[in-house]
Design a protein around this ligand. Structure first.
Ligand SMILES: [Zn+2]
Ligand SMILES: [Zn+2]
Length: 377
């Protein structure tokens, strides 16, 4: 994909990935607090999901004050250009379930496509499967909450706390991954022979695109396992190429098979609300949000992360996960994107691509809601 750089004033230079948003490093401000007037005070998210109407607050636009860098795609240097800092994303709680290592990330059989075609009586596929055991999860589902993630890491960055909260509420919680995120420039970084100051060894792993995507899926599986989800569905609709109709096919599956009390969640559109900052929208995120809005489902919620965290986007409410007690789960999920264990098929791809944001999100432990307009009846 060609660079989509557009200058936005003098102060703002925005990173644009080569399709996936998560290339290079996003320089989030050290103080992620929303600007005055931007958001409401922390408010309660009913575990049941429900209408987003409770997330009432004046919508505000944060002034554009952050400086982010333009990083070209496939620039290996920049993946490790950050100064040394305390790594808060790679400590993995020993009490949490351990992710089974994937010895050969090129083994497409290893992560779930087989499981997703497993039979549930009368059910068309793909069928959700448990991220650790890989066993299919058949209906009926207990008030299912389904969180859609365009790429590996979006679910933990934007919605990890909300996912954990819904799990704690006793609901059946599913995360749907829509693409493998295999267009990320980190594919090149992993084979560039260089090194980073925060992990051992060098980048000597010239993965195929497929293997790279599988490695990203491994991070996703490990993260969703940390969040305790009931099941995941992994689609590969095509990084940088997701369409609303593809997402709608999955929404329809849930509308047909989810049962009572279905909540639909997802990341907000256009790499959060970046259109307000003058930056072109990310096609995959836009497609997801558009499909969710089009569904007209009466229980929808969209979450932001990137621009909300950096103070650039607009949002309607802030969830304080510290107050709600779901920071540990969110941080554990984020930490899975920083695990460097090549022998086990783990390359810390999330941290290589979004290290600064991962750290900022982990430290802030907040999530941001964008209200969904009630569709016309
Ligand atoms: Zn994404
Ligand atoms: Zn590295």
């Amino acid at each position: 994909m060609p660079s989509r750089l557009q200058p936005v004033g003098i102060l703002l230079l925005v990173l644009l990935g080569c399709g996936t948003h998560d290339n290079g490093s996003l320089r989030a401000p050290t103080n992620p607090s929303p600007s005055p007037g931007g958001v409401a005070a922390p408010q309660s998210l009913p575990p049941g999901g429900g209408s987003p109407a409770e997330a009432e607050s004046p919508s505000g636009t944060s002034p554009v004050t952050a400086i982010t860098e333009v990083l070209p795609c496939n620039d290996g240097e920049d993946a490790c250009a950050e100064p040394p800092q305390e790594d808060t994303t790679t400590s993995v709680p020993t009490t949490a379930p351990q992710n089974p290592p994937l010895a050969n990330p090129a083994d497409a059989e290893a992560y779930g496509e087989t499981e997703q075609t497993a039979d549930c009586p009368g059910l068309d596929g793909p069928v959700p499967f448990a991220p650790l055991t890989k066993k299919p999860v058949c209906p009926p589902y207990q008030r299912p909450a389904v969180f859609f993630s365009p790429h590996p890491d979006d679910e933990s960055l934007s919605m990890g706390g909300a996912i954990a909260e819904h799990v704690a509420a006793g609901r059946a919680v599913f995360v749907e991954l829509l693409t493998h995120g295999d267009k990320s420039g980190i594919l090149t970084v992993l084979g560039n022979g260089k090194s980073c100051d925060w992990h051992e060894g060098t980048h000597q792993y010239a993965l195929s695109v497929e293997a790279f995507g599988m490695a990203r899926v491994q991070e996703f599986l490990a993260a969703t396992a940390r969040l305790g989800v009931t099941g995941v569905v992994i689609s590969d609709f095509g990084d940088q190429n997701l369409t609303p109709s593809e997402v709608e096919s999955r929404i329809s599956w849930w509308l047909r098979n989810g049962g009572e009390g279905l909540s639909l969640k997802g990341t907000a559109g256009g790499m959060d609300d970046q259109s307000k900052t003058g930056v072109p929208a990310h096609v995959d995120h836009t497609a997801l949000a558009e499909a969710l809005r089009r569904s007209g489902h009466n229980d929808l919620r969209l979450y932001l992360s990137y621009y909300a965290q950096s103070g650039l986007g607009t949002f309607d409410a802030t969830i304080d996960l510290t107050a709600k007690g779901f920071c540990d789960e969110k941080r554990a999920a984020l930490a899975e994107y920083g695990r460097w264990a090549p022998a086990a098929g783990r390359y810390a791809i999330g941290k290589h691509s979004m290290g600064t944001l991962l750290t900022a999100v982990s430290e802030a432990c907040k999530e941001y809601i964008q209200k969904v307009a009630t569709p016309a009846q």
